[in-house]
Design a protein around this ligand. Sequence first.
Ligand code: ADP
Ligand code: MG
Length: 559
Amino acid sequence: MEKQQFKAESKRLLEMMINSIYTQREIFLRELISNASDAIDKIYYKALTDDQLVFNKESYYIKVTVDKANRKLILSDTGIGMTREELENNLGVIAKSGSLAFKKENEAKEGHNIIGQFGVGFYSAFMVADKVEVISRALGSDEAFKWESEGAEGYTIATADKAGVGTDIIMTIKPNTEDDNYDEFLEEYRLRAIIKKYSDFIRYPIKMDMKGQRPKEGSEGEFEEYQEEQTVNSMVPIWRKNKSELTQEDYDNFYFEKRYGFDKPLKHLHISADGAVVYNAILFIPENTPFDYYTKEFEKGLELYSNGVLIMDKCGDLLPDYFSFVKGMVDSEDLSLNISRELLQHDRQLQLIAKNIKNKIKSTLQSLLKEEREKYDGFYKAFGRQLKFGVYNDYGANKDTLQDLLLFYSSKEKKQVTLEEYVSRMPEDQKYIYYAAGESIDRLEKLPQAEIVTDKGYELLYFTDDIDEFAIKMIASYKDKSFKNVSSGDLGIEADEAEKQTEEEENDNKDLFAAMKEVLGDNVSGVKASKRLKSHPVCLSSEGEVTIEMEKVLKAMPN
Ligand code: ADP
Ligand code: MG
């Protein structure tokens, strides 16, 4: 039987393409600039192997111009251009990518940085334009052609005039409607912001004529308009630069420019990984807790770039919750993008990067703890609570990653210490890691049942954060030492003698205890003689796993 080819309703297909692939309209500019950059890259690449062709850096750029009166937005490049056939094939056939073909032809060779692959980005221009004209002259040709289309109805191609090699894309921007504002795409400052956001690290200059006002010369208080051509993008991404070329200030500026925060970063990580997974990343640990950090509104994530083009603002999958305070960006060439270049399919590569990043953050925090303790204390003050949540959540699955990063206040040192420091100081006869939980250090210092432990010369950890005891229950034991709340259970200190003595006291005071229980009623489950009091007459204690402090927290939780 003869096999039939599928036919597509190309009009419908194009409409779908234009209206449903992208979630944000402003993306069209990213797509057209990426195409222009690809076009220049192709010349650059050809020049590498063709002696006749000289790549003179100054002659290659992208220019964005606005003609407000006629509602035109024009994007010009001095790239490789398109012949009549190429206009027909690349812009007349949906999902045909000349760039992908170029990449495949040149697979074996290095040097290019081409972005295109799906053959649909160009049509995103119709999200904002009623009409798109493409005037192009191909490298090595002295003829130019004009491709013109008003969207779904089709396109025409005719001969045209164009002075130099390259492509001009002339968009007639749609009129505003009640619901939609298109005028913004005729505002230089808005366009510039979009370019900055998505295309800041395109390798070739993106130029714009920016208008401004300045004091008029020779006159007081008067201003004049002026216009000046500016390069809008930074071009060289800081993360592709060599670490040795960069100063602390460069990183601080990047943090500020990217608006990761208004504070100064406490620490940065610059990663250039080229093992099983190839990526560059610049990550920051902020100095201060963002005001919304411990609220539902806070959204974790890193910026994700593919080949220097922004793909995602906040990629949450790159960070575990317990490191959600980390800011920064990741750039990788190996991501499998989906057609809109917005979302990623479940990507193994992304998972590998995330794992790699997690380990790097952990080791950075560990060395901060070892080498810059004061800084680490500051960090812990801002984000320690999140680490403790990390230990508690997922049934303690991450405790091995996190337990050595925790700090608790020590009765002995009068400052925050690590579990490792605590255990390393333990006298030989000490069986447990002792802690007391309560509202404040002040109050815990006066806790009656703490005395027997501190008198023994043992160190006591003070838990003043709700989450502390819950997190510790997940850790269960550290270096084979389990944790013991001074208010509960058998402390493992009392001698046999004391045991006997309390038994006698219990018997002698039977009536007194019974009377006390009657007065206190349901407020207590029992009144007993205690063997762990020294200078205090009475203390509260609990039996079983849930301590008094935990009970308080649980009771306060909304059901
Ligand atoms: P993609 O960039 O994924 O290939 P597009 O729809 O954005 O898909 O573009 C389709 C093709 O049109 C490109 O692969 C390229 O061959 C050609 N093209 C688009 N814009 C330009 C341009 N400014 N200069 C030269 N060729 C271009
Ligand atoms: Mg493209």
